[in-house]
Ligand binder design. Structure first.
Ligand code: CA
Ligand code: CA
Length: 224
């Protein structure tokens, strides 16, 4: 028994140690499938007649068919170099964030990361949506690319296990544009958040009364 425990502990340890690379998820806590709301974002490469027509929720599991890159968020082209593109979102209830995974891609090849790349990524969290704490800052290499799951030389794959979990309901991601001109808006494929949901008291009460209801129903059935 002890041996089994040791082996499984070792396995879990190895798993954690090696989990720097993650596949994009459609069931993480920041996914639209889990009811997140986009609060705001900087300009996107979108709008009537604009070729890319992109959406902020594409980086949170959404896909918009009929657009040029249905699953990717493409930020606006042509701001000055170093311009900070951003997106803010909120989860239905507060979460304890323990790790996150970012997958992005610049245009690669001989144009490097100045096309659709970014020089720095910053992640913030907030409990009230107004006071922000920096959770993580990542300065990219020039050019960056080549992860474990997304191996192309233009693909960035950043999995981070946070040293201390962060409790928050509001989040903000910032991407500093690497290049300038046409095709300069960063391309974000997916940003996934992992951890646990913190149930709100109302939800706890509902869960409690639901369980109580089940007990009453079962008791009545037994009494028949
Ligand atoms: Ca996702
Ligand atoms: Ca996506």
């Amino acid at each position: 028994m002890k041996k089994v425990l040791f082996v499984s502990l070792l396995f879990i340890f190895l798993l954690v140690e090696n989990s720097f690379a993650m596949l994009m998820s459609t069931s993480d806590l920041w996914d639209v499938s889990n009811g997140i709301t986009i609060i705001g974002h900087s300009a996107l490469a979108d709008g009537p007649g604009i070729y890319w027509d992109s959406y902020a929720d594409n980086m949170f599991g959404a896909t918009h068919e009929g657009t040029i890159e249905p699953p990717n968020t493409i930020f606006a082209d042509n701001p000055a170099s170093g311009f900070t593109h951003w997106v803010e979102w909120q989860t239905p209830t507060p979460i304890v964030l323990t790790s996150f995974n970012l997958v992005a891609a610049h245009d690669g090849g001989n144009v490097g990361y100045t096309h659709r790349g970014f020089s720095e990524f910053r992640l913030y969290g907030s409990t009230d949506g107004s006071t922000w704490d920096n959770i993580y800052t990542y300065v990219t290499e020039n050019p960056y690319g080549g992860g474990e799951n997304y191996t192309h030389s233009n693909q960035l794959e950043l999995y981070v296990d946070l040293a201390s979990p962060v409790t928050a309901q509001y989040f903000k991601a910032e991407f500093d544009q690497a290049g300038v001109g046409a095709y300069s808006g960063p391309r974000i494929m997916e940003l996934d958040g992992y951890g646990t949901s913190v149930p709100i008291p109302g939800a706890l009460w509902l869960l409690g009364s639901g369980l109580l209801g089940l007990v009453v129903v079962r008791k009545r059935r037994q009494d028949r």
